[in-house]
Design a protein around this ligand. Sequence first.
Ligand code: C2E
Ligand code: CA
Ligand code: CA
Ligand code: CA
Length: 282
Amino acid sequence: AKAGGGNAIQCTTLTLSEAAFERQQMDAFLGESLVKNEMRIFYQPQFNMEGHIVGMEALLRWQHPVLGAVPPSKFIPLAEENLFIHTLGEWALNNACRQAAIWQALSPRPIKLAVNVSPVQLASPRLVDYVARTLRESRLSHSCLELEITESSLLKNSDPRHTPLHDLKALGVRIGLDDFGTGYSSLSYLQQLPIDTLKIDQAFVRNMHPDRPGVISSNPIVQTIVNLGNNLGLSLVAEGVETQAQKETLHAMGCHSFQGYLMGRPMEAAAMGIHLETQINT
Ligand code: C2E
Ligand code: CA
Ligand code: CA
Ligand code: CA
């Protein structure tokens, strides 16, 4: 029995150290990703009902020569742990704002740029300064930038008086609440914090017309979020829109901005530029 136990422990140690090794390796690779030019920003368009691009979300992509394409769901949590997220987030914000400023100069209509901000960034005193500096350097209209934060970051600094959101708001940028309704959201956040936009999470959108029997439709929840947003005078963006039926139901409910594979996947800046040019010239 003793020997067996010993084996079991050895097994666990082996697996653990293998996972730890992988993590350590990815950790080291991640730290070099920017200087090695492996990070890209993709842009996913957001549309209104008339089919015009009204905004876009900047999404990080990491292509590593050995690891291949590493999804953000893997490297963002790692970057949050080793604090590389500060450098990475600053880089993404800076790049996306410069790119958006170029597009903005070409477009007759304002186009919103949404950039994700991690809870770790939101908890740091550096954030407000580098948002201010990026706005200065990129010359992007302040009102065109929307910082997307998640509910979990609001919980982290749960005292609404100690959040940098008011300072960010004072810079003239917009604040979007990502994945609304999926975490431990409190309606009082919406009253106490300077939120401009609610993003309806793709999990809710997906289950509006459930294709599997036994799944309860999320329609009443989506309708409630839409009513809440509209009653509070907030902007709404539905994400993860994959079918025409979802889009039409959302529209009928009172949501007028859509993001999802139905209309456009995240794409490289060059491809986004072509879309915008086509829209401007027609
Ligand atoms: P998110 O902010 O909720 O971004 C939306 C995710 O949904 C993106 O995944 C996007 O590609 C995906 N998506 C868009 N439309 C559809 C659709 O119609 N169907 C489906 N199934 N998915 C759709 P992605 O790019 O893999 O990013 C995952 C998450 O990683 C993001 O979720 C965000 O939390 C995080 N992330 C990405 N870029 C950044 C960044 O620059 N900074 C930070 N802090 N987080 C980021
Ligand atoms: Ca987002
Ligand atoms: Ca989201
Ligand atoms: Ca999400």
